[in-house]
Design a binder for this molecule. Sequence first.
Ligand code: FAD
Length: 421
Amino acid sequence: MSHTIPSLWAATARPPLTLPPPEGDMRADVAIIGAGYTGLAAALSLCRGGASVIVLDTQAPGFGASGRNGGQVIPGIKIDPDEIDTVFGEATTEFVGKTAETTFALIEAEGIDCEASRDGWVQGSVKRAHLGLLERRVRQWQTRGADVDLLTRDEVRAHTGTAIFEGGWLDRRAGRLHPLNYATGLAQAALAQGADIRVGAAATLLAREGQGWRVSLANGASVLAGQVIVATNGYSGALFPKLRASLVPAGSFQVATAPLPDALLQQILPGRCVVSDTRRVGNYFRIGPENRLMMGGRGTFSDTPADAAYARLIGNLHRIFPETRGLPITYRWTGRVAMTADHLPHVHQPLPGLTMAAGYNGRGVALSSALGTAIGGHLLDGAQPLPFRFTDIRPLPVHALHPVYATLAIWYYRLCDALET
Ligand SMILES: Cc1cc2nc3c(=O)[nH]c(=O)nc-3n(C[C@H](O)[C@H](O)[C@H](O)COP(=O)(O)OP(=O)(O)OC[C@H]3O[C@@H](n4cnc5c(N)ncnc54)[C@H](O)[C@@H]3O)c2cc1C
């Protein structure tokens, strides 16, 4: 998969941290593989609880989805509250309803400088057929006390600056941030609490040793730890093949325009909410750093042709905001979203002392922050419940063919989207 760097985030981020590589035989209470939000939030909560932690990544914190995403901090998961109650229980619904709040509170408590702002999320629908679904979604969240409202066609237009939506809803719990600065800030906060973050060598082997685990690294170093958290998500590789086979790493593509002139800034997203739509393969957009309009969307699951994915995205941008047609597209980049077959996040503990969380299905900024924190708390004190029960890892059939069948799935979803009114 190609990762066009620098992204808008990399170009506008604080300098990356200088972190040492893993060396020799290291020891910690907990080894965490993956320095994205899941791993870093877990590290922070474990260190705050007095555990010694080593975080391992092949690259700098935020190299994965955490440094490339749309920076939309949205609570909830892909299913609605009544269904979450049924599938997981009411405590999970309460947890996922508060993930944005938890994330913003964490940022404030740690003083992380990442342009965090709670201006809300509008989910718009270009399909009249989806309006009933949105009404139910809003009613279910309102029943649970969430600060959300249904929006008319005109109200969505006033919030977004585009007339493409038939209706929508506003979730005031949500907001936005600079994802790479957030990842770097989380890493700094974890370091300040005593975490040891090591970069530059992949974890290649996990082996049981005594009551704990030995993590072997590509440069010959190793870590012996009582507990291991695998937080590699959409970037999961050969380290734990079964986990990788349970996920489809879908390409999500983004572009950013040149800075918007003042007149357009007053017209497009005037309240600076973040936006996505209800289609199965829809778009998401926001104003980013330097007042650039950013738009993202799912490409085919295979890598190629990336140019076709960008062309489609730019076509959508110009269809949604025709007034931006003359503006150059200055940045384009991509990253991997970890999809699951049931569209739900998965938390696994396949063996004692080995915990994994993955599969946020493109709704992971707030969820990974809150879930990583919860996993840290749970490992410190088994009595602290996790918001999601452990499930078996279920490899997808013929996973090696995922670029093929998942591309077919995208075409199928696009067809379904097109057929709906
Ligand atoms: C383009 C894009 C846009 C998105 N937009 C949004 C959005 O606007 N809102 C939202 O809520 N969600 C969004 N998401 C999803 C969100 O970014 C992710 O769910 C979240 O960042 C996942 O964090 P994570 O820590 O679990 O995984 P990641 O951030 O992907 O971290 C995994 C890390 O594991 C490391 N790793 C992998 N294997 C090894 C190994 N063997 N040894 C050492 N290190 C290893 C990788 O280098 C990587 O740093 C988006 C995702 C993408 C890609």
